[in-house]
Design a protein around this ligand. Structure first.
Ligand SMILES: *[C@@H]1O[C@H](CO)[C@@H](O)[C@H](O)[C@H]1NC(C)=O
Ligand SMILES: *[C@@H]1O[C@H](CO)[C@@H](O)[C@H](O)[C@H]1NC(C)=O
Length: 308
């Protein structure tokens, strides 16, 4: 008896010593050279805003979406951000609830995460409504969990799917999906979006070269490409006997991180290429079918994209 309690005591001290060793061996690496500054102090604004999270707004140079979870609202703001910045209500009427339609009249219930697709649609993890909402310029819809009205972990047609009251969204443009980090259920889930949500539009004019310049560069690059190809072909053919001309499809698969860009109608159009276009297209079709009743807003998706 005595021996065993001595042993327990000894083990206890051993564990303490190990823990102490572990904690003292953790160290900080303080890297200098960064600066923090306050751009906007919401405490000093005339209207109460509680910045909860920010994401860039595509197509608008340096514009941002701001989620105010406490008032179930979304705002937009643009650089330069200062106390004089215009913070514009984008969606949500400031009251907790569950209502779609016109953005400023729509209601959310304490969303705490959102994602933004390539054309600026906002997907809202509307946690207390256990639903995923979509904010387009034309208005707000419910795209998942519209029927379930309760927590759960049901997969399948999105309107019948259910979620916990603690989940986050991440947009993956190349796969054209939303990833759902369903913390409450300890699940990683995915939801397919519609191809139009993932289309890449022309970059805003201010972000790059002017349209005529881009057109001329396209023509010039094509000519140079043709010339180089013409000159190099005999050389390659004689030095690389097994040279295999890759088909365009193989080119695409070899460079999954690259977009395809081409000049069309005076604008530079870039498309990112998904790694599994076949399967994701099939799943997307299911989703479209299951959401047939939401088709009122579907036609607007493309047109809401910023093209200027
Ligand atoms: C959702 O469920 C609550 C009670 O759980 C009920 O009061 C409410 O009316 C339901 N909403 C819808 C849209 O079915
Ligand atoms: C989805 O929910 C609706 C409304 O509750 C129901 O009518 C429909 O049968 C459900 N569909 C599936 C596939 O479960």
């Amino acid at each position: 008896m005595m021996a065993s309690s001595v042993l327990v005591c000894f083990l206890h001290f051993l564990l303490l010593a190990v823990a102490k060793q572990a904690s003292s061996s953790s160290k900080l690496v303080l890297e200098d050279g960064y600066t923090v500054s306050t751009l906007l102090d919401a405490n000093k604004l005339k209207y109460p805003i509680h910045p909860f999270s920010l994401l860039p707004r595509p197509g608008q140079e340096d514009d941002l979406f701001l989620l105010d979870s406490a008032s179930s609202s979304f705002y937009t703001l643009s650089f330069p951000i200062s106390k004089d910045s215009a913070v514009d209500r984008y969606a949500g009427n400031g009251v907790d609830g569950f209502a779609d339609g016109e953005a400023n009249a729509a209601m959310f219930h304490r969303p705490r995460s959102f994602a933004v697709d390539s054309i600026g649609n906002v997907y809202v993890a509307d946690r207390n409504n256990h639903a995923i909402r979509k904010i387009m310029q034309s208005g707000v819809t419910t795209i998942a969990g519209g029927y379930s009205n309760t927590t759960g972990h049901t997969d399948g047609p999105a309107q019948n799917a259910s979620f916990s009251n603690d989940f986050d969204l991440t947009f993956l443009p190349r796969r054209c999906i939303l990833l759902i980090s369903d913390r409450g259920n300890r699940l990683i889930r995915q939801m397919n979006l519609k191809p139009g949500d993932c289309a890449h539009h022309a970059p805003p004019a201010g972000a790059g070269l002017g349209v005529p310049m881009v057109s001329w560069m396209g023509v010039l690059c094509s000519l140079i490409g043709l010339f180089v190809g013409f000159v190099a072909r005999p050389f390659l053919a004689s030095h690389v006997p097994n040279l295999r001309r890759p088909s365009p499809q193989q080119d695409v698969e070899a460079l999954p991180n690259q977009g395809i860009c081409r000049v069309r109608r005076h604008s530079l159009i870039c498309k990112h290429v998904g790694t599994k276009p076949q399967s994701s297209r099939g799943q997307t079709k299911d989703l479209v079918n299951s959401e047939g009743r939401k088709s009122v807003k579907q036609g607007d998706d493309e047109s809401t994209g910023k093209t200027e």
